[in-house]
Design a protein around this ligand. Structure first.
Ligand SMILES: [Fe+2]
Length: 418
């Protein structure tokens, strides 16, 4: 099966158990109707593979603006006329037939646009899972579900620390293969030694923070974080029940698992948790060094464990087949050279770093991919989540969002200065 075909199967499988009404509904003001995502995947493929690369006219010029993420921002996607779910599926399949004709005729060229379109579809799978998580659809069934691994013994808390030695390292993607513009150029940096959490912070540890007055102690919060928490009356992670015993995992309410990483916390909550533990969140560079730097070899590894592509269930919790997080540290084969676990997959990890270009940044292939988002209002997240597809998860990939956002599958890893 080709990679494009596999991507499409997974996209369609994600929404197979969702009714048309729920595909058309706005489940959260932060998210698009799922039917918009479907047609947007088609429009993006038509624009980049068929039109720009294949030099053919767009299949549906009349839909281009509606399904362009900039021309039709999320806030209005629920108020305008959209293709219904059946029409969106048809649009996907017609565009795909045209894209395959182009590939038949011209091959994939240097592969960049083909890879970009493929990854775009993978990334929208995660976006759609965020919507499905927020929707809490009782009848939702995830296709091809995989059983959860057992908790490691002894279990981790997120407070076990690993020492990262002082010295230089490289940050960012090298010049080979596909990477997004904001991951390049690779550059050297130097930093003093620090301690970083061996795993993300678990539910049990976060529960102690909540019970220990985590949301009441002003001194643990930044000024902006306290204002946000107070205004929205935030007292716990977004998907925990008020009695702190259970959490929503897609459509199901499950007992809070003590060993799983805490998830659906904002940057403000992550920051407060860290302060309460006499720690802080990592910078992006600290995170990446802990994930990839091989001190003995004097170079960055492609993945924490080496060069092999992630195998879900061996190295990391990826590809959204488990339907949620797994116990922290469940995959020892995914350890980085420094011994950090779970750097890839499971939960995105908030960093203190704003989103900006690396020195020598050049936009590619269009400014709207990342440059228009640069600035200190966003925070970068690293590592991917259980809902990220394997192909798009690398330790140089940079995600970004506002510090108050909780729709992401985001958790916490802490750092302490030596
Ligand atoms: Fe998109």
């Amino acid at each position: 099966m080709s990679a494009l075909e596999e991507a499409r199967r997974r996209t369609l499988a994600l929404v197979a158990s969702v009714s048309d009404t729920d595909l058309e509904r706005v489940h959260s003001p932060l998210m698009s109707p799922l039917a918009w995502d479907l047609a947007h995947i088609a429009a993006y493929e038509d624009l980049w593979l068929v039109h720009r690369y294949g030099e053919r006219p767009l299949l549906r010029e009349d839909l281009a603006a509606t399904y362009d993420a900039f021309e039709t921002p999320r806030a209005v996607r629920g108020d305008i006329e959209l293709l219904d779910p059946g029409q969106a599926r048809e649009y996907l399949s017609e565009v795909r037939a045209r894209a395959l004709e182009v590939i038949d005729e011209r091959g994939v060229g240097d592969g960049t646009l083909h890879e970009m379109v493929l990854r775009h579809e993978h990334q929208h799978d995660e976006t759609m899972l965020q919507t499905l998580q927020l929707a809490r659809l009782e009848r939702y069934e995830l296709a091809d579900r995989r059983p959860d691994p057992k908790s490691p013994r002894p279990s981790f808390t997120g407070l076990e620390m690993v020492e990262i030695s002082a010295g230089p390292c490289t940050i960012g993607a090298d010049d080979h293969g596909f990477a997004y513009d904001n991951e390049r150029p690779r550059h050297r940096t130097d930093m003093p030694s620090y301690l970083i959490g061996q795993t993300p912070v678990t539910n049990a540890t976060y529960l102690s923070f909540v019970r220990g007055g985590g949301y009441q102690r002003r001194d643990w919060w930044s000024r902006e974080g306290w204002a946000w928490k107070t205004e929205h009356d935030v007292t716990r992670p977004a998907d925990w029940t008020a009695d702190l015993t259970a959490e929503w995992r897609l459509g199901k309410l499950e007992q809070l698992h003590p060993d799983r990483p805490v998830i659906h916390v904002s940057w403000f909550e992550a920051d407060a948790f860290a302060r309460a533990h006499d720690a802080r969140l990592p910078t992006e560079a600290e995170w990446e060094k802990a994930a990839t730097w091989d001190q003995a070899g004097g170079k960055a590894r492609r993945y924490p464990w080496g060069t092999r592509r992630p195998v879900p269930g061996l190295h990391a919790n990826l590809d959204h087949r488990g339907g949620g997080t797994v116990p922290a540290g469940a995959y020892p084969a995914g350890a980085s050279p420094y011994g950090c676990l779970g750097m890839i997959g499971d939960v995105w990890e908030w960093t203190t770093t704003g989103f900006d270009g690396y020195p020598g940044f050049a936009p590619h292939p269009y400014r709207e991919y990342s440059e228009v988002f640069f600035g200190s209002e966003h925070r970068v997240l690293r590592g991917g989540s259980w809902a990220t597809r394997t192909r798009v998860t690398t330790p140089t990939f940079r995600n970004w969002d506002y510090p108050q956002r909780r729709q992401l599958f985001a958790g916490i890893r802490i750092v302490r200065d030596r």
